[in-house]
Design a protein around this ligand. Structure first.
Ligand code: HEC
Length: 323
């Protein structure tokens, strides 16, 4: 009995002690939590500030206008070909097949990145574009208000000649106006982090003073050097592939398309290249991820495919991942 009582007094003391300790642990935990949330708030505020100021930063560039053919069926048809099968503007993840715009990315925690309405309908951003505005946006990634276009891969279009850019605009202008609001970008925390830390603006990737390669369309290495502009945004300036800056984080890395035999396409034949580019089929039987726009390239004209292949044989072989 006495022993039992002593035991229970002992246990009682122990419980009081434990309660005190628990109180301390709880308080420490709460302090920690408040501190952590506070830090998170500060970090989020910093990120918000850094990404919104990056979006609002302005640049200037004087450019010359180009001729935009009017009522010219050939130009409209050529523009449609470029938009659908070479430049990928009408991709369903970008300006949409009707070019009335849509969400390029719309998922938490990336947020909403919106490709605007390019037709003449309500919600259009290009309604009052002068030829210089088209050139500045399409080739340099700079919008008429001086801010840099986000995600829009102008670095891919920079090398294309005036006649191609003119045809693209001619085609867009020939389309029926679509009434659809051009939404503003609204970034989530990871979207903000990417915008604040990665080179997601084409403007930063383009040498605006460089001389454009000159060639006319045909199955030649020289024309391939112009066309390859459409590939470097994803495959990198040296074409050796790697992580795609500003790309959806679920995308695989782009692959090495230099003639390196071990890690590139050095052992490929023209047919292998054609199958990969236009059918998404690798020689080992694997199907390429949709991030590689092979469904759009399926409609690429033979001369353009051949030109790309000829040019790709001439670039220095590099090991994978150097971009
Ligand atoms: C929007 C990004 C993007 C663009 C633009 C792009 N590619 Fe790709 N490409 C990729 C990705 C990502 C892969 C890898 C896909 C995979 O591994 O499933 C790839 C794979 C390839 C492959 C297969 C290589 C191999 O070893 O299997 C070839 C060939 C290729 N691209 C050629 C081109 C050419 C030529 C162009 C330009 C006309 C081009 N790509 C434009 C993203 C792109």
């Amino acid at each position: 009995m006495i022993i039992q009582l002593r035991d229970s007094i002992f246990v009682g003391a122990n419980v009081a002690d434990k309660k005190k300790k628990m109180g301390l642990v709880k308080r420490l935990f709460l302090f920690g939590l408040v501190g952590f949330l506070g830090l998170l708030g500060v970090a989020f505020g910093g990120l918000y500030f850094a990404s919104s100021s990056a979006l609002a930063e302005e640049r200037e560039l004087a450019v010359e206008g180009i001729e935009i053919p009017e009522d010219d069926d050939d130009a409209v048809a050529h523009g449609k070909y470029l938009v659908d099968h070479v430049m990928g503007c009408s991709h369903s993840d970008c300006h949409q097949p009707d070019m009335g715009g849509g969400a390029t990315i719309d998922a938490f925690p990336l947020g909403l990145v919106y490709a605007p309405n390019l037709t003449s309908g309500e919600g259009s951003v290009t309604k009052n574009y002068k030829p210089e505005d088209w050139v500045r946006t399409v080739r340099h990634g700079l919008k008429p208000d001086g801010t840099r276009a986000l995600i829009m891969p102008s670095e891919d279009y920079w090398s294309f000649p005036d006649s191609d850019i003119g045809a693209v605009v001619s085609y867009i202008k020939s389309l029926p106006g679509v009434n659809r609001e051009s939404k503003k970008h609204s970034l989530g925390p990871i979207g903000m982090l990417i915008v604040a830390s990665e080179p997601v603006f084409a403007w930063e990737k383009i040498d605006h003073k460089a001389e454009r390669p000159q060639a006319s369309r045909g199955p030649t290495e020289e024309w391939g050097k112009v066309m390859i502009g459409a590939c470097t945004g994803c495959h990198g300036a040296t074409l050796s592939g790697g992580k795609i800056p500003g790309g959806d984080p679920s995308w695989p890395e782009s692959r090495n398309i230099t003639p390196d035999e071990a890690t590139g396409i050095g052992n490929w034949e023209y047919e292998d290249f054609k199958n990969a580019l236009q059918k998404g089929q690798r020689p080992d039987g694997a199907t390429l991820h949709d991030a590689m726009p092979w469904k759009a390239y399926a409609g690429m004209q033979e001369d353009d495919v051949e030109a790309l292949w000829k040019y790709l044989r001439t670039v220095p072989p590099k090991t994978s991942g150097g971009r």
